[in-house]
Design a protein around this ligand. Structure first.
Ligand SMILES: [Zn+2]
Length: 175
């Protein structure tokens, strides 16, 4: 759960969008989204904080902290690769903040946030996640609800059969 959270937490700096939308017609509009999104939490300083927090809450501290740091960087890589805005803005990543703002990472090949590569990658990864759920008997759904996870796995196994040599009890039922 900590590693998963580390992979999505950078986008909390986008929550200023609510304040920006709500105040845009007021006398003193807030520009928290335009100013802070991809700045506050998309940098190595925040990544280190995330890894330390993951270490603190984990029982296997080093592994969890390391994987949290990796997951955090996967988020940044995803943003650089395929998160161009509808207006063409690339949302550069000020990676070395808060230590230095000299390096703003962008990539000339970046595709749009709603571009086809993102749909393709999502479909492939969902397929892989469902395959693993079928094969191993549990999925990421267990992070939210163990019961819902059981329902998902049993639905997959009813539809596609029980993986060979994996769960003898279920295999018996199938045979
Ligand atoms: Zn992001």
């Amino acid at each position: 759960m900590l590693v998963t959270l580390a992979g999505v937490v950078p986008d909390v700096d986008g929550l200023g969008a609510f304040a920006e939308i709500l105040t845009r017609n007021s006398e003193r509009p807030l520009d928290w989204w335009s100013r802070y999104h991809h700045v506050l939490c998309h940098n190595v300083g925040f990544g280190l904080v995330v890894a330390l927090v993951a270490c603190f809450f984990a029982s296997r501290r080093l592994v969890t902290g390391g994987l949290a740091l990796l997951s955090f960087h996967l988020h940044l890589a995803g943003d650089v690769a395929g998160a161009r805005g509808p207006d063409g803005y690339q949302w550069p990543i000020p990676y070395f903040l808060p230590f230095s703002d000299i390096w703003q990472i962008t990539w000339s090949g970046q595709w749009a946030l709603n571009g086809w590569p993102n749909f393709l990658i999502t479909a492939l990864l969902l397929g892989l996640a469902l395959y693993w759920a079928w094969r191993r008997g549990f999925s990421a759904v267990e992070l939210v609800s163990g019961k819902a996870d059981e329902v998902l796995v049993s639905a997959l196994r009813e539809r596609f059969g029980t993986p060979a040599g994996f769960a003898p009890g279920s295999a018996e039922r199938e045979g």
